[in-house]
Design a binder for this molecule. Structure first.
Ligand SMILES: [Zn+2]
Ligand SMILES: [Zn+2]
Length: 365
């Protein structure tokens, strides 16, 4: 069994999760990869399993090139400690021992989208030769003991933040990007569809951005966590979600709505529960077509926002987590070693035992 690095020693082999085909995976012993220019090699502490991982593991995104082939190591919501530097990384402010939160995207840094800060939309998407990366999607991910990452995709964390919390930076930063896209303003009422981790983070961030009320729409046990966070809840297993949100808002609807579910009709529901002139952010990835109420969108001057990843928002959520303003611990329910990945994956996908975010800790047996 490969051991974690101590006192600057980095082993030559490590454990890595390898996808072998749709819904087929195993933990393999592989070589610890070299660290390239403007990269840092990190000893991985925690990797959160994400809804996108489930689709990637299931093979539902093969047409998008996620992954491009097998074997493939996923994992893009992670934390770790820098153990080695690539050429140029010291000059750019990194040193061994830095504790970091990792994320998925690294833009090329040169195209127009990158130049205006929208590196999540990099024009050189998919071109690793010019520095683009999308870790855990087409570039090799972090579900392994050691992970070399572009310094564009790691963010230093303060001592007051745990590495478990740091593994939630990626998910939190996407929730923040969604709430910012929806243009949250002081005193507003937000509706959030989907009381999973992403929804529970988005609801908290809506409050932090000034929303006076958060109405969580969903079903099941997860609504209890929403209630614990001070949200109003609508159980749409026995009631019409949009109608219930209107009833709670004098017939008007929410000022803005974030759909984190993207299942079946939820994007249309998000429009229907939002008031005239309101905003709707779509954060979940719809896997099936959905008919939107287009006349309403036109006549009521509604704004719809797609949300992709987290440009610039990792550095914004880190102090919110470190200062205890954004509670990520409440959505972190389970932790497993990498050898128990199959159990961890079942726990996450089948929502066993109240599972929200499930962490893999590759260097913990
Ligand atoms: Zn994710
Ligand atoms: Zn670019």
């Amino acid at each position: 069994m490969p051991q974690a690095a101590t006192e600057g020693t980095i082993p030559s082999t490590m454990d890595a999760l390898a996808l072998l085909g749709p819904n087929e995976f195993e933990v393999q012993t592989t070589a610890v990869p070299p660290v390239g220019p403007q990269e840092v090699l990190c000893e991985v502490h925690s990797v959160a399993i994400c809804g996108t991982d489930k689709e990637i593991i299931s093979g539902n995104f093969l047409k998008k090139g996620w992954p491009r082939g097998y074997p493939y190591t996923p994992g893009h919501e992670w934390s770790g400690t820098v153990v080695a530097l690539g050429e140029g990384s010291a000059e750019l402010g990194f040193q061994p021992g830095d504790r970091v939160a990792g994320t998925a995207h690294a833009g090329c840094g040169y195209c127009r989208q990158c130049a205006i800060g929208r590196y999540n939309l990099c024009d050189n998407y998919g071109n690793e030769d010019v520095g683009h990366r999308h870790y855990g999607h087409y570039s090799t991910g972090a579900m392994r003991q050691y992970h070399p990452s572009s310094i564009k995709s790691v963010f230093k964390i303060p001592d007051s933040m745990t590495l478990e919390q740091a593994a939630l930076v990626d998910a939190s930063s996407i929730a923040l990007h969604a709430v910012k896209r929806a243009g949250a303003r002081a005193g507003e009422t937000a509706a959030i569809i989907g009381p999973g981790a992403q929804g529970l983070l988005a609801g908290q961030l809506a409050q932090l951005m000034g929303a006076a009320r958060v109405i969580m729409v969903g079903r099941g046990e997860r609504l209890k966590t929403a209630t614990a966070l001070g949200f109003e809840v609508v159980d749409n297993s026995n009631t019409d979600g949009p109608e219930a949100v209107r009833e709670l808002t004098e017939g008007k609807g929410a000022h803005f709505t974030v759909d984190t579910a993207a299942r079946g009709n939820t994007p249309a529901d998000a429009v229907s529960m939002t008031r005239k002139g309101g905003r709707v952010a779509l954060i979940g990835v719809p896997l099936e077509p959905c008919v939107l109420p287009l006349q309403r969108i036109v006549f009521e001057e509604m704004d719809l926002f797609g949300v992709r990843a987290n440009p610039g928002t990792c550095v914004e959520v880190i102090p919110l987590i470190a200062e205890g303003k954004l509670d990520v611990d409440i959505v972190t329910t389970h932790t497993f070693g990498i050898q128990d990945f199959a159990t961890a994956y079942d726990t996450f996908t089948q929502r066993l035992d109240g599972a929200l975010k499930v962490l893999i800790q590759p260097n913990t047996q």
